[in-house]
Design a protein around this ligand. Structure first.
Ligand code: NAG
Ligand code: NAG
Ligand code: NAG
Length: 301
């Protein structure tokens, strides 16, 4: 309980922490929106399981803890989670190959965001076995899965190796200093909120929700959700990310440049779509692992 209390305090000051340039992961806003979208799409059984796993102080709101994995990744106890936020692919290859790319910097296999999504999905599949003999902390598994489903959809989290997913590509975003990774993590979301949504995340979220329920993406949602075997799905999602990274994030960008209106307007739709896809697919996984076993994944390993 103490840890959750101090987490609450951390959350209060996290705005300033997240302003640090080079902070890595969808911004607070990106992760919160992904989790809000997912939670709204849960079927009753999954909604109840999520409710049971969340600590009381968040009052049933998953999105309040979706940035927790970013906050603990440097703690000694959780240092092993640090490589799980991203994938480094070979420079300019513009492809993802699980065997080639999903490892940490020491070459340990599976230690990347695709391996993490598989790992925490299969841990949560044991939730229904009851409280007696659980090897894993199901609350942590839920929070990690919810966070990493956001990260695997952030195109620059499946970026090139040499520039650490754009983190070392320093440039200007309109008038201030930033880097290419951070532009995709946060700058585009914040500029969109400022330009079109009265700086109000709720209004942006409503617009995203409208676009997948009855708008530009509503015909695509069922194909987004399609997933028979989680290990193939994570490969597909990571591949989508590196392809967007190559075509839309890296293309035409050199360190030292200034990115402004043209870049913002043409890239914003991709950022919004990735946030929506991350949320829709997170709900799909949670509905499968917590729902009717007859309809769930073929046993994930
Ligand atoms: C899976 O989770 C366990 C702890 O819950 C951890 O020890 C292991 O390293 C994780 N592996 C991956 C690929 O996430
Ligand atoms: C599970 O993890 C959470 C967050 O780290 C912690 O607060 C809680 O005490 C853990 N539960 C168990 C049963 O260890
Ligand atoms: C929603 O769709 C409209 C087009 O109908 C588009 O102008 C708007 O930018 C979209 N909003 C988001 C957040 O993607």
């Amino acid at each position: 309980m103490d840890r959750w209390l101090s987490f609450g305090l951390l959350l209060l000051c996290s705005c300033s922490l997240l302003m640090v340039p080079g902070a890595v992961a969808w911004s607070k806003e990106g992760h919160m929106m992904t989790c809000r979208i997912a939670q709204a799409l849960l079927e009753p059984e999954a909604a109840e399981a999520v409710q049971n796993l969340l600590p009381h102080h968040v009052d049933g709101d998953l999105s309040a803890l979706c940035i927790w994995p970013d906050q603990i990744r440097h703690w000694y106890k959780y240092r092993w989670t640090s490589p799980l936020h991203f994938i480094d692919t070979p420079d300019d290859a513009c492809s993802f190959d699980y065997a080639r790319d999903c490892h940490d910097s020491h070459g340990l296999q599976d230690m990347c965001v695709a391996g993490a999504v598989k790992n925490f999905t299969s841990q949560l599949m044991h939730y229904k076995e009851g409280t007696g003999d659980r090897r894993y902390n199901m609350t942590e598994a839920l929070l990690f899965l919810s966070h990493f489903m956001g990260d695997i959809h952030q195109p620059m989290h499946v970026g090139f190796t040499t520039d650490r997913g754009g983190n070392t590509a320093e440039l200007r975003w309109f008038r201030h200093k930033s880097n290419l990774h951070h532009v995709w993590d946060r700058e585009i979301v914040l500029t969109a909120m400022k330009e079109y949504y009265d700086k109000d995340m709720e209004l942006l979220l409503q617009d995203i929700e409208r676009n997948y329920t009855d708008g530009i993406w509503s015909d695509d949602v069922s194909s987004w959700q399609h997933c028979n075997e989680i290990s193939q799905c994570v490969n597909r999602w990571a591949r989508e990310s590196i392809q967007i990274a190559c075509k839309w994030a890296y293309k035409g960008v050199e360190p030292g440049m200034t990115l402004a209106d043209d870049y913002f307007n043409s890239r914003m739709p991709y950022v919004m779509k990735r946030i929506a896809q991350g949320g829709v697919r997170l709900s799909m996984i949670l509905n499968q692992v917590f729902g009717d076993p007859e309809e769930g994944f073929a046993a994930a390993t």
